[in-house]
Design a binder for this molecule. Structure first.
Ligand code: 763
Ligand code: MG
Length: 214
């Protein structure tokens, strides 16, 4: 049967990228998605904003919801200080299988812990599974209708502390209206919108950065 888009993206990485070089994996994926087949990676334009927030936060504990093919996991992990790990959660086993191989190809497998499952199931178990108390940084890039319930769950599970940073992809396209309304109006968050474009297109999209105030 026909290969899947993630499998074709993986093949392009294995053919064109330099093994062990995260930047070449990132550039190869961006080239493939711009010139061969669009795919829902955060992309180069929003990726640069993601990079700047990760560098600013320099997190000791980081969570990504929505791995897909591992593009943003590689972007984040390449910037993490030594000894820190990114936990990334993927619901779709086929996406996870491709992401593992792309992460390994980039040489960042020791900085990334990929977990398969649903956010609603994993979040309550994070402290016991990973021996963490709170999260310094969360990148939301999974089902858009799960952003709001999941940050409420992060609050309930005491996984956020004063100063924890949430960065949400796709707040315009496909859009996360209930999440935006909440973080922009809740006294417990200070929010800022970074205007950009949907990956590899001219369509407006953006990232919302929200600081938990405790
Ligand atoms: O849908 C998107 N992402 C989500 C994937 C499933 O995530 C499922 N998923 C991953 C962990 C996880 C954990 N728990 C539950 C569900 C969980 C997504 C979609 C678009 C997009 C924009 C315009 C279009 F015309 C078509 C698509 C762009 C993006 O940047 C996206 O991120
Ligand atoms: Mg996205």
């Amino acid at each position: 049967t026909r290969s899947t888009r993630p499998q074709r993206l993986l093949k392009a990485v294995q053919k064109k990228a330099i093994k062990g070089d995260p930047q070449s994996v990132i550039s190869t994926i961006d080239y493939f998605c711009r010139h061969s087949e669009w795919a829902m990676n955060v992309g180069d334009e929003k990726g640069a904003i993601l990079d700047s927030v990760v560098c600013e936060v320099s997190p000791s504990t980081a969570l990504e919801l929505g791995t897909y093919c591992g593009y943003s996991a590689v972007r984040i992990a390449r910037l993490l200080p030594p000894g820190t790990k990114l936990i990334t959660l993927e619901f779709n086993p086929d996406y996870a299988a491709v992401a593992r191989q792309i992460i390994e190809y980039s040489g960042l497998q020791d900085k990334i812990c990929l977990v398969e499952g649903a956010s609603g199931d994993l979040i309550p178990k994070m402290q016991e599974l990973f021996g963490i108390k709170t999260l310094d940084f969360v990148f939301l890039d999974h089902w858009k209708d799960r952003y709001l319930p999941d940050i409420k769950l992060l609050e309930e599970c005491q996984l956020l502390r004063k100063g924890s940073i949430l960065l949400a992809d796709n707040v315009i396209c496909p859009g996360t209206p209930d999440y935006l309304e909440y973080v922009r109006n809740s006294p417990r968050y200070e929010s800022k919108y970074f205007k950009s474009h949907l990956e590899y297109t001219k369509v407006e999209d953006g990232l919302e950065k929200s600081v938990f105030l405790g």
